[in-house]
Design a protein around this ligand. Sequence first.
Ligand code: NDP
Ligand code: 2IT
Length: 395
Amino acid sequence: RILAPERTMMFRVVYMSDGGEPCVHTGYRIEFNSALGPYKGGLRFHPSVNLGVLKFLGFEQIFKNSLTGLNIGGAKGGANFDPKGKSDGEIMRFCQAFMLELHRLISSNTDVPAGDIGVGGREIGYMYGAYKKLTRRFDGALTGKGLSWGGSLARTEATGYGSVYFANEMLATRVDSLHGKICTISGAGNVAIYTAEKLYQMQAKPVTVSDSTGFIYDAEGIDVALLKDIKEVRRARIKEYAAKRPGAEYHEGCAGVWTVKCDIALPCATQNELSLESAKTLVKNGVKAVGEGANMPSTLDAIEYLQKNGVLFAPAKAANAGGVSVSALEMSQNSERLAWTFEEVDQRLKRIMDNIYAQSKEAAEKYGAKGNLLAGANMAGFVRVAQAMHAQGWV
Ligand code: NDP
Ligand code: 2IT
């Protein structure tokens, strides 16, 4: 029962390009499991989006959301739309066209989408505006909203910050910490940026970022303000980073990021980006821990190799659960029509991440996989969903 999504929706999305042409895309929403709460999970806009990709993401989301301990079910959606190179007007028209269908499926108590690859604050804004117009409702039907219209402080930072909190907890089991560690990060989007920011706060040094065309190596440490300006303000390619920062190197090819020597590797771009070959290189270079910021970035054989070689491994559904956790905190704030301070949300995020770590560790011990956080996170997440499904009958 848990393997089959409760509901799978596919719909046509047509918007007008700046040249006046109709552009046709496929939109999706997979409402996978509602045992623990309203369907919850992000929307991905990327040319690679198809039913298979969204099903794996939605399936992962069920157990991730369970681990948060909050009342959220699992879902994922998106479209095979490429935001790269599109004008602001084209993005707005696409988001509005997407919501012409999606508004029928969502609301604060049924299904609550958020961002993922290619969907950030700008896209959520355009989608929320269209949702409001179509439904006459100002409710928490989307998370990741702007701060003046129902968004939560610390949602933008949450996934990256949370994955760093998780990594620090994991290192503590070896009486170690992030202090003084050299870290490599892949990706240069939302998760990568706030992973880098939090690493500095923990006295670690991020030295790489990447996008789908290449990677930056900055031995001095990634300049987060410059990275934000390039990615969040100007929406440019990371190649520009090297042009603006003396001493930084740009290399073609994103997989090369794992050849840079580091203590801790944090894949924060996309699925299957860290292969067995990359895992071997990391181990050869003395990596101590790998923390997954992205969803399923490491291939299964890479994970096995890392674990067999004594590398601490933080699995995605546990390590990157900070984003959806703060989304659920945004839903709470919307329900009570109040906004909490940054410190309050951040403290709750830290407590949730510490709890996810503890649950994953304990479940691994309880079910005979001591030290294996991947198995522990899967089992701890599964048990809560399975118990709720049993209690609610065969529906
Ligand atoms: P963004 O769109 O902000 O950034 C994505 C980054 O990953 C970009 O640098 C992009 O490069 C790179 N990337 C995307 N696809 C590929 C690819 N096929 N090969 C190489 N690089 C690629 O997305 P997010 O930072 O939000 O998401 C990153 C990952 O984190 C995803 O796996 C997502 O599912 C996961 N995640 C996100 C959460 C969130 O709250 N946003 C929460 C939990 C997990 P380019 O610009 O060249 O495409
Ligand atoms: O993969 C994920 O957890 C997300 N993209 C965030 C989902 C959410 O609802 O905040």
